[in-house]
Write a protein that binds this ligand. Structure first.
Ligand SMILES: [Zn+2]
Length: 46
């Protein structure tokens, strides 16, 4: 069985805005319509 080698999908993690709550400890994740912090849940609508 020829199993395809799993391609590692690595999102280009660009340095983005830092979370206003967590400071430099966390960056906001980019979403099509918002930015959010995975640590404190801060969300910023675009
Ligand atoms: Zn945060």
């Amino acid at each position: 069985m020829a199993e395809k080698k799993k391609q590692r999908v690595t999102k280009k993690y660009e340095p983005r805005k830092h979370c206003p709550k967590c400071g430099t400890a966390s960056r906001l994740a980019e979403h099509p319509n918002r930015r959010s912090c995975g640590k404190c849940g801060y969300t910023e609508m675009k």
